[in-house]
Write a protein that binds this ligand. Structure first.
Ligand SMILES: [Cu+2]
Length: 356
């Protein structure tokens, strides 16, 4: 988040915060206990079901170096998250921030946050104060003692016009950015967007990459102690993340295999239902590399609270290295590899491959 001015919101929440200060021991997240990020160490992804031998990865390889050697098997090391980015803030760390939106890392998110901070909050505050003021004025000025003879007025054209036109103008002013945001959220992904399909299961997520040789990633929540050990937020970290390229339009598709789930990542302003038998699709562009955490947001059964989402956005070159490490292929490579596949694969498999 760049220059977002939070002073207005700070002032608004200060009174609330003062009241809540009495409940200081409230713990929002257990991130404090996290040691220094250790994700750069080797052996992090021993749970990876598709990655070939991560233990073969040299422990001193930085992500940049790993990207420089994309052909190296298992060149991917999970990125260490940045505290406060793409994750909730605990009350102990920042009481005000723990009560409001997470910092936004997508264009839609920044727009929505701007709308909340500069339209919703000021308008709600102004209207509430105006109505309260009018009420108090009427109570004081027109009570029976101070105003024994009540007015017989039944009609005043000027007042009628004012209290009709003014709210109309206010509503139109709110409607313009509101409908703009709605339209942006429905924007169709461009034809060359990278497709990633997220499937909700009771109770974990599966990610498939149809453009990259059908890589499949199964993503289960990490045990809280293990997450904290790795420098990740508790109950949000996963064994295998949904890795995506940063700065590139993504076509996120959601579906479910059992009951309705919802794929939601607050810091990217992204939420979409995952419905069995149905494929939902939405555009997502993540400008900055980073780790962004989310959760299933549709009550889906006993372990609904334990199917978090972790998106890792990598620079495109590092994403390509990750694809290789998973045994997948980049678009365009598939055609080059096709003749070789023809020799070994059954004809119906080749037909299925070329039909895509
Ligand atoms: Cu769910």
């Amino acid at each position: 988040m760049g220059q977002r001015d939070t002073r207005m919101k700070m002032a608004f929440l200060a009174a609330v915060a003062a009241g809540l200060a009495a409940f200081a021991p409230l713990s929002v997240a257990a991130q404090d206990a996290a040691p220094a990020p250790v994700a750069a160490e080797a052996g992090q992804v021993e749970g990876a079901q598709t990655a070939p031998g991560p233990e073969a990865l040299p422990g001193n390889l930085t992500p940049t170096e790993a990207a420089a050697a994309p052909a190296a098997e298992g060149a991917y090391t999970p990125m260490a998250p940045t505290k406060g980015k793409g994750m909730p803030t605990s009350y102990e760390d920042d009481p005000l921030k723990s009560m409001t939106f997470q910092d936004q890392y997508s264009a839609n998110g920044e727009y929505a946050l701007w709308m909340h901070d500069w339209i919703l909050m000021p308008v709600i505050t102004a209207i509430s104060l105006l109505v309260l003021g009018l009420l108090l004025y009427v109570v004081v000025r027109f009570n029976r003692r101070r105003n024994p003879v009540a007015s017989r007025t039944t009609h005043n054209t000027t007042i009628e016009v004012v209290w009709t036109i003014l709210p109309v103008i206010i509503l139109v002013m709110i409607a313009v950015p509101s409908i703009t945001l709605l339209a942006r959220q429905y924007e169709t992904p461009p034809a060359d967007a990278v497709t990633i399909k997220a499937t909700g299961y009771q109770w974990y997520w599966g990610y498939t990459y149809p453009d990259h040789g059908e890589i499949e990633v199964v993503s289960n929540m990490l045990d809280e102690a293990e997450a904290l050990k790795r420098g990740e937020p508790g109950q949000l970290a996963v064994d295998n993340r949904m890795v995506v390229p940063a700065g590139v339009p993504l076509r996120i598709q959601t579906t479910a295999s059992d009951v309705i789930h919802a794929f939601a990542v607050p810091s990217l302003w992204f939420k979409m239902d995952a419905v069995p038998g149905r494929l939902n699709e939405k555009l997502l562009t993540i400008p900055e590399p980073g780790v962004y955490y989310g959760q299933c947001s549709e009550l889906c059964g006993a372990r609904h609270a334990y199917m978090p989402i972790a998106i890792e956005a990598l620079p495109p070159a590092e994403f390509a290295a990750w694809v290789k490490a998973q045994g997948g292929s980049m678009p365009g490579e598939a055609e080059a590899a096709a003749p070789a596949a023809e020799e070994t694969a059954a004809p119906e498999q080749v037909a299925a491959l070329t039909a895509r």
